[in-house]
Design a protein around this ligand. Sequence first.
Ligand code: NAP
Length: 250
Amino acid sequence: MSDGRVLLVTGGSRGIGAAVSFAAAREGWRVAVNYAVNRQAAEDVVRLVTGAGGSALAVQGDVGTEDGIEAIFAAVDSAFGRLDGLVNNAGIVGPPQRVDEISAERLERMLRVNVAGSIRCAAEAVRRMSTRHGGMGGAIVNLSSMAAVLGSPGQYVEYAAAKGAIDSFTVGLAREVAGEGIRVNAVRPGIIDTEIHASGGLPDRARDLASSIPLKRPGAAGEVADAILYLLSDKATYVTGAILNVSGGR
Ligand code: NAP
């Protein structure tokens, strides 16, 4: 159990983030369920968590903007007054495009949400959790992707590059704050059955790629959540700077 510790899950309202919110609440975390636009989805997660006896709060804020990040952390501060964990889960893809077709606007938004958003949220979390700043320590888990290793040619190389940046950030921040009570790790999901594929214009992507995955099926959001909960937990007290593939062998 987590003794009322507080976890912020960015993009905690759908897909992998929602699975993390549910699993964390079951383990006793109080959960700030962040969302950008779909308030109903966040409120549904909160309702299910509280209905099962857990504690959760929906927190609006676009991690791709400074105003959004300020709003998220202000809401967490005022509702809970502490922070013990961050899952940097909010992320976006775009429709399949070659690099020579990608607009400057798409590239800028991709890097702002997937890279700068995660780095800025981690910075705000470190300010609250680091013993250097009077905090009590904590854990951060970043969502990378197998795309960081595979490169996603012909689909979204810029997304893969953004996730590569998350890998480097994970290793660097882990070493930077290791002496301050904070562990930092990442997971690299493979093909997970969520709505992200439809948002990239490929609603059947998980099913279409199933036969190419060594385990012969897409992963479930809950299977990624289980890995994230392990990295957040006291079972992982000697794990930092690690990047765990959760990809069915892909
Ligand atoms: P998803 O089903 O599309 O859900 C995305 C979540 O992020 C939603 O809660 C969404 O909230 C939120 N979100 C999106 N943009 C945001 C922003 N700018 N600020 C705050 N919240 C935002 O995605 P998923 O498949 O669960 O993916 C979660 C993470 O895993 C992402 O980082 C993704 O890159 C990574 N990943 C996924 C897969 C996969 O196959 N699914 C594979 C590898 C890595 P709203 O509904 O309010 O927009």
